[in-house]
Design a protein around this ligand. Sequence first.
Ligand code: CUA
Length: 159
Amino acid sequence: MNVEFYEKVWMCAAVGLLVLFLGTIVLTAANDAVHPPSHVETVDPMALADNPEFGNPAVTVHTDGSVVVSVVTTMYSFSPDPIVVPASRPVTFRVTSADVLHGFQVVGTNANAMAIPGYVSQFTVTFKKPGEYIVGCNEYCGVMHHNMVGKLIVSKESE
Ligand code: CUA
């Protein structure tokens, strides 16, 4: 079978692009620990105020050193705000919504989840770099969606 030179070039380019795109997905998934959420837990969105965890959402440091952050999103804020967590330690976020669908994204990191009323989105991240991070809502949730911004402070490990 005779394949024209230019056809060969284009075939190689097409295969090359496929390998590049798939490789990018695999690499970022492995390197940045990007993965779909796999945690299913429900909570009554109408009774969050009486919920032992989400009634007063806060950062909890357990005796074994693990850090758990409970977050409630509402139009148009995050609670708690600011969220203060230690650097270089696994931090488990548990996020839910008291009203509509919101997003919870720590800008510049791979911490990103949907806040869905009735469900608890849980994920664990380790922030290596201390500093201030912006927490943004990345799901359109109403007219003031663009003002729904919070703050995450990653403090040095010793604290
Ligand atoms: Cu909350 Cu957009």
